[in-house]
Every structure is written in C-alpha cells, then in structure tokens.
Write a protein that binds this ligand. Structure first.
Ligand SMILES: [Zn+2]
Length: 70
C-alpha cells in the first residue's frame, strides 16, 4: 500500500516529522514510536498523523537520526 499519512511528533513548541505510513501500518508505527520514545531516541510528545497524497515510495520509514525539525 502507498503511504497515506505523514507522521510527526508534537512536543511542546516543536514538531518533528518522523516518516510516512499507510493505513495498514499506522498502529505498528505508533507502537514503534512509543518504544523509541521510551528509549529516548525520538522526542517525547504526542504522535500526529496528517493526510498525504499517495507518492509511491515504500511506507514505514523511520530513522531517529533523520528527524526533521519542522
Ligand atoms: Zn504499509
């Protein structure tokens, strides 16, 4: 499935884009982000999904070293 959502973490005054996912993998992504937050590898904060138009790249991209501060 193509990615349908952009995932970001909203913490206090900042928002970090962490990747894209399709609807099927949303829950998996939330679980994975939750454990990364526990390990301190991604910022603490609420996980936010924004609609994305399909773009044909593979879904589930997450790299804590590759966080983009918005
Ligand atoms: Zn998927």
């Amino acid at each position: 499935m193509p990615p349908e959502f952009v995932i970001s973490i909203k913490s206090k005054d900042d928002e970090y884009m962490v990747g894209v996912t399709c609807d099927n993998h949303k829950k998996m992504f939330v679980d994975r982000l939750g454990s990364l937050q526990k390990e301190g590898k991604v910022p603490q904060g609420s996980i936010h999904f924004a609609d994305l138009k399909p773009v044909g790249t593979s879904c589930i991209k997450i790299d804590p070293n590759d966080l983009i501060q918005l």
